[in-house]
Design a protein around this ligand. Structure first.
Ligand SMILES: *Cc1c(COP(=O)(O)O)cnc(C)c1O
Length: 387
């Protein structure tokens, strides 16, 4: 065996032994919340399609119409010929939804974080990250070559101590958190973080990948100057965005490398995202549904009250999470096991994502199945109430 294949094989063996190897499983989402996998229909609690918009008739029709009119690909980077007129309409809707002057759409949420963090911070700067920030926030910070300090999850005192000790040694400082944490479902104390950042001349950026489309505008919004997010979850399409002031967006559009050196999104993707935003704007009740479903679930099982549509059931070792996922699959539910390094060692879990598309009876059946197949559920100490 050559050294390349030997490297790959040995790495795979190590991962297999630790139950940490990941495999792609063919899954057709043709009737969400039902999906087709391994020859079976399963009710999915693992899609981030919180509002069911990826299969909404109006959203699908908009995508089909855009593909008919403009074709399937963008043709080039946005700065060359890929800046279809659908971008302007979409960015206007995003800025309006976030209450900012402007917006910039990227190829994905991952690319948005790489481009935005890299454009705003450099080797002379300081970046503070919550320890549970998403992998692509960490990647963006590393790519920027700034000095990175990590504070304990949602711990304002820890973030304050880091800023007091280090801020003065750096030209600029950026603090990045998540509006709703992707694997725990809890929320950042944005108002307190904003006050802290203001006191230390530090720019606050919040990744709203799991919040957008589901929460009413909150008071903290006005004090967050950098709203980053994705179009691939509640919006049911694909792409990422930054909403910010006009000068910041103009700067990002001329300097973010993941925008400049990557092809624009397909027109159908842009049209779908705009149509989804119109559906959300036209149906105020829709946004509250996923949280209501999640709370039905946590109340039914006696878990800490859900703060978002994401509810983790922490089981510990990867083997335990995989076995629990298999138990639920046998009963007709798709709930993927989440293992390290996505989450910390010892906190492998089932992650439930609730959608407006779930019926209340589906949630009752899921809870009853969990009780009968997994026994009484335990959960890590409940997340602290919002300040
Ligand atoms: C999913 C996710 C991203 C990445 O967004 P994509 O559009 O899927 O690339 C970024 N941040 C967080 C917190 C996420 O959960």
């Amino acid at each position: 065996m050559n050294s390349l294949d030997r490297f790959a094989t040995e790495k795979l063996d190590v991962l297999d032994q630790a139950a940490l190897r990941r495999r792609l499983v063919e899954t057709d989402r043709d009737a969400f919340p039902w999906v087709f996998r391994n020859g079976r229909r399963l009710l999915s609690f693992s899609c981030n399609d919180y509002l069911g918009l990826s299969v909404h008739p109006r959203v699908k029709a908009a995508a089909i119409e855009a593909a008919r009119r403009y074709g399937t690909g963008a043709g080039a980077s946005r700065l060359v010929t890929g800046n279809n007129s659908l971008y302007g309409a979409l960015e206007q809707r995003l800025a309006q939804a976030k209450g900012t002057q402007a917006a910039c759409v990227f190829g994905s949420g991952y690319l948005a974080n790489l481009g935005v963090i890299g454009a705003l911070a450099g080797p002379d700067d300081l970046i503070l990250l919550d320890e549970l920030d998403h992998a692509c926030i960490h990647a963006g910070a590393q790519l920027s070559r700034a000095t990175i300090k990590t504070f304990r999850h949602n711990d304002i005192a820890d973030a304050a101590a880091l800023l007091e000790a280090h801020r003065k040694h750096f030209a600029k400082a950026l603090l990045v958190t998540e509006t709703v944490f992707s694997m725990d479902g809890d929320r950042a104390p944005l108002a307190a973080l904003a006050a802290l950042c203001a006191a230390h001349d530090t720019w606050l950026m919040s990744d709203d990948a799991h919040g957008f489309g589901m929460t009413a505008p909150d008071a903290a919004k006005a004090v967050v100057p950098l709203h980053m997010g994705t179009l691939s979850k509640a919006i049911g399409s694909y792409g990422g965005y930054l909403c910010a002031s006009a000068p910041v967006i103009d700067f990002i559009k001329t300097r973010a490398r993941s925008l400049i050196y990557s092809t624009g999104l397909p027109p159908a993707t842009l049209a779908a995202a705009s149509a989804a935003l119109d559906v959300i704007a036209g149906d105020p009740a829709l946004a509250g549904a996923p949280l209501r479903k999640a709370r039905l679930f946590t109340e039914r099982l006696g878990l800490a009250l859900a703060q978002s549509p994401i509810v983790p059931l922490i089981l510990g070792e990867p083997e335990a999470a995989l076995a629990a996922s298999e138990q639920l699959a046998e009963a007709g539910f798709l709930v993927t096991a989440i293992r390290p390094p996505t989450v910390a060692p010892g906190t492998a879990r089932l992650r439930f994502a609730f959608s407006a598309s779930h019926e209340d009876e589906d949630i009752e059946r899921l809870a009853a199945t969990i009780e009968s197949r997994l026994g009484p559920v335990s959960r890590r100490a409940p997340v602290e109430a919002l300040p």
